[in-house]
Write a protein that binds this ligand. Structure first.
Ligand code: XMP
Length: 520
């Protein structure tokens, strides 16, 4: 592995299915490197000896919409094993001489599949009754198989649910083996990559650690690297990776915006400076941020002010370290895929995200992004391999603009303190009840409304605290977490009884969409 990976791999050609990333994940879970590319960008001349197998993903198109500019079908004639999934199965059949038509019975959801013939692809896939549940999502289907293709299994509505051309190592499945609803689906993927593509395992956190450290040392040589440390999972793993690779040639800059969680700055200094002995420059810019944010309540303005000021402060301190050549960033694989826009469609801008490492390109530093081929769970495993505490590894995501976007309306020191206290009670309670790791992200927010309450015999007129806890795969969609009444009641009592300034607690039960995870 190198910072520009040169490993044997399974190539996944993405035709836009919402599950394509899952295919990559499943293969990597099996210990094999897999790479995702858009069907519009991959050309047959890109295919080299490292590619041991190709998977054609599902997608929303219709096979007759593909043409030379959107898919180079010569890729299907290079003698490399191919597995087509759903739409990919239809592509393979069509380009090899079969027929695809709109199906009379569209199939969405679970279907029963029954075995007709043995194949390496379905080794140990079927249960004893030769009948499994698979997850379907298609409107078109293959109606005539190409020459030399045989049926391996069928469902009631899809005769050609699993097919193969044994001589040429072509396989097609109409369902989605990558989703967990397909019983034993991973077996199909593992049979394809190990028995048919015959690829060796080459992807474990230990291998990644050793190789990444070696690559960083080679690339950096005797130069210096800076890194914006936020204390979140990605930047922490990057910092520790560089720390192991180049030690004191790494300079981490940690900016306290005053909008962090309670005691966060203390924990970051304790972990990175004291325990891991990383070169850490701590910048307390609390006053500067508060001053700039005074009387600002527009969400986008808040985000822009915070993002710009962050960068200015970062640059100010980075310049003090002479002769820096590189900027280390915790870009992950999904960021890379999204920024390259796999489908080529532009999504509308919902929020200006401020990622701490995002902007200082104008500083003319060379970027190093060692995590750019990894998914979040892989980054977490790598972090453990690098001896980072579980506390850091399993942290919920925390947005760059911090508490500012959890406090609709204007920002004051008083409100920040109230919010920090409420959030701290909530997060601590989640940890104490063993709920923290079941939840993807949780936080408290302070709403800019005051309501009337009664405490003792006195009337109160105080702020409203909103609690949000969601489950999610990747933050793109989310659902609220269902707490037991006793838990949510206890935490509400604790917040109202212990924090002056809050007399009412509400729980956010909206999903994303239509809401977003953060409030602003
Ligand atoms: P939304 O609110 O867009 O959030 O549903 C999705 C995920 O992104 C996080 N988030 C941010 N992360 N800078 C970040 O680094 C930001 O400006 C930002 N805004 C939202 C949010 O916490 C959630 O995990």
């Amino acid at each position: 592995m190198s910072l520009d990976l040169n490993l044997d791999k399974i190539l996944i050609i993405d035709f836009g299915s919402q599950f394509t990333q899952l295919i990559a994940r499943r293969i990597r879970e099996l210990g094999v490197f897999s790479e995702l590319v858009s069907h519009k960008k991959i050309k047959s001349f890109h295919i080299n000896n490292n590619i041991k197998g190709i998977i054609l993903s599902g997608g929303p198109l219709n096979v007759y919409q593909l043409n030379k500019s959107t898919f180079d079908n010569k890729i299907l004639n290079l003698g490399i094993p191919i597995l087509g999934i759903c739409f990919g199965h239809q592509i393979l059949s069509k380009f090899k001489g079969g027929k695809v038509k709109q199906s009379k019975h569209r199939e969405f959801g679970l279907a029963k599949i029954f075995k007709k013939r043995n194949s390496l692809l379905v080794k140990n896939f079927f249960d004893k009754k030769k009948l499994n549940q698979v997850w379907m999502s298609h409107a078109d289907q293959v109606t005539k198989l190409p020459k030399n293709f045989k049926i391996i299994a069928s469902t009631e509505n899809s005769r050609f649910a699993i097919v193969e051309n044994k001589q040429e190592n072509f396989f097609g499945v109409q369902f989605h083996p990558e989703v967990t609803h397909t019983e034993n689906g991973k077996k199909i993927i593992s049979n394809f990559i190990f028995f048919i593509c015959k690829i060796e395992r080459n992807w474990s956190s230990k291998d990644q650690k050793v190789q990444l450290i070696k690559d960083i040392r080679e690339k950096v040589g005797s130069d210096k690297v800076i890194c914006a440390l936020s204390g979140g999972v990605d930047s922490s793993v990057v910092a520790q990776l560089f720390n192991k690779a180049i030690g004191k040639k790494l300079y981490c800059i940690f900016v306290n915006t005053g909008l962090l969680r309670k005691n966060e700055e203390i924990q970051v200094i304790k972990t990175f400076k004291k325990r891991l002995k990383i070169n850490l420059i701590y910048v307390n810019a609390e006053k500067e941020f508060l001053k700039k944010l005074k009387n600002v309540s527009d969400p986008e303005k808040k985000r822009k002010i915070i993002g710009n000021l962050f960068i200015r402060i970062f640059e100010r301190y980075a310049k003090k370290i002479n002769n820096v050549k590189f900027l280390a960033q915790g870009t992950l694989y999904p960021d890379l895929i999204e920024s390259k826009s796999v489908t080529g469609s532009q999504t509308s801008k919902i929020k200006s995200h401020h990622n701490v490492g995002g902007l200082p390109k104008r500083m003319k530093l060379e970027l190093i992004e060692p995590l750019k081929f990894l998914f979040k769970d892989e980054v977490r495993k790598l972090g453990l391999e690098l001896n980072l505490n579980r506390d850091i590894i399993s942290r919920h995501p925390f947005p760059g603009p911090g508490l500012a976007i959890r406090m609709p309306g204007s920002i004051t020191k008083e409100k920040i303190n109230i919010l920090k206290a409420a959030d701290n009670y909530f997060i601590q309670a989640l940890k104490e009840h063993g709920l923290y790791n079941k939840i993807w992200q949780a936080y408290a927010a302070l709403l800019p409304v005051k309501t009337v309450g009664v405490m003792g015999d006195n009337r109160t007129y105080e702020y409203l605290c909103l609690l949000r806890a969601i489950t999610s795969e990747d933050g793109m969609t989310a659902d609220f977490y269902e707490f037991k009444k006793s838990f949510i009641q206890d935490i509400s009592n604790k917040i109202v009884n212990s924090i002056r300034g809050i007399n009412r607690v509400v729980y956010d039960i909206t999903s994303k969409p239509p809401s977003t995870i953060e409030l602003e």
